[in-house]
Design a protein around this ligand. Structure first.
Ligand code: ATP
Length: 341
């Protein structure tokens, strides 16, 4: 029997609960410090206790996963804490496409795939001296918005960068990525592509709540102007959103374009869950600043099913359960190689 394994963080509870509901064995790779937390949840069958998540690469951990015919579900913590080389060297079958995670982590590759998918993107700015409009300055990889800042011109950029360096938030030799700031309503669009059904499903929308850029919006301009704090975009949590129905057709089109582009660029393509992240402006035009090529933590708000999945499934379906359903179907029909890498 196949089992489902993941790292203890991000969306692991949802993933393993969904797997248990599908009748699969569940395994959590768990840091010692979190053992007490995860032991509270009876749907976790086995804990592999580690000092650091990198131990997932060790022979000991890999053997346990192999004995259990485990499929490893990648999520944001895996991407944030391991290099692309390390992820690609994992011997346990990884759900979806582990090769595309490199395209998520590397800003240039990310931009290339987004262009290939014809996603409208904010303009990148190559040099601080070329900042003409309000920009957002980002770090490499999935930093979760920590240490990101906004700048209006080169002087502003240098002042804020220096301040964050002196505070120890970013390092002096860190390459920063500058992009025009896109104003509007945040919308993180989550999809699931099933290579078994050859079908794209739209799962739902969430919004990220980020500190303390949101905190700044709660204080009057007078106090904002007196503050010399550089607000960050550190994600704290997520909340649900539904879209105007007239926007849905375009949403599916974006998802389909992304799946087709990924298939051309990084075989076997975009299998499993993924998320296109951006904002809708005043004309309901979407601009996308980012994608995640795996399950996102925003799907945690729909552990009891999402509004859009309730239209597709006559049962409660979380993203964790959807993943487990795909693994189960593939196992039963001997097609695991189609949904893992
Ligand atoms: P993740 O944790 O999703 O991997 P990340 O570190 O790759 O995040 P982004 O998602 O690109 O970073 O950006 C973090 C946050 O910064 C976004 O959620 C959004 O609020 C804001 N943001 C990023 N790019 C832009 C932009 N061009 N315009 C406006 N806001 C932006």
């Amino acid at each position: 029997m196949t089992s489902i394994a993941t790292l203890g963080s991000h969306c692991s509870l949802q993933v393993l609960k969904g797997a248990k509901d599908e009748g699969l064995k569940t395994i959590l790779v768990c840091e010692k410090k979190r053992e007490k937390l995860y032991k509270r949840f009876p749907f976790i069958d086995e804990l592999i206790i580690v000092d650091s998540f990198k131990e997932v690469l060790d022979q000991k951990c890999q053997s346990i996963l192999e004995e259990n015919n485990a499929v490893l579900i990648p999520h944001g913590t895996l991407v944030a804490q391991m290099s692309s080389e390390e992820i690609e060297s994992i011997k346990t079958p990884v759900f979806g496409n582990k090769w595309i995670l490199r395209w998520e982590s590397d800003r240039e590759m990310k931009e290339k795939l987004m262009r290939e998918a014809k996603l409208p993107m904010p303009k990148p700015v190559t040099e601080p001296s070329e900042i003409e409009k309000l920009v957002i300055v980002k770090r490499q990889g999935a930093a979760g918005g920590k240490g990101y800042f906004m700048a209006a011109n080169e002087g502003d950029y240098n002042a804020k960068r220096n301040q964050l360096i002196s505070e120890g938030t970013i390092s002096k030799d860190e390459t920063l990525y500058i992009q025009e700031y896109a104003a509007g309503v945040l919308a993180y669009l989550t999809f699931f592509y099933s290579p078994l059904k050859e079908e794209l499903e739209f799962f739902g929308v969430d919004q990220r709540h980020e500190s303390d850029i949101e905190g700044l919006g709660r204080i009057p301009a007078e106090q904002q102007m007196k503050s010399d704090k550089v607000p960050s975009f550190n994600v704290i949590g997520n909340s649900p959103l539904v879209l105007r129905e007239s926007l849905l057709d375009e949403v599916y089109k974006m998802g389909e374009n992304f799946v087709e582009a990924a298939r051309r660029v990084v075989k076997p393509g975009m299998n499993g869950p993924f998320c296109i992240e951006g904002v809708y402006d005043e004309n309901a035009k979407f601009t996308s600043f980012e994608f995640s090529a795996r399950i996102v933590a925003g799907s945690n708000i729909y552990m009891d099913g999402s509004p859009y999945y309730s239209l597709l499934f006559n049962e409660t379906m979380s993203m964790g359960k959807r993943i487990a359903r795909e693994v189960k179907t593939a196992t039963e029909s001997n097609q695991l190689d189609k949904i893992t890498t």
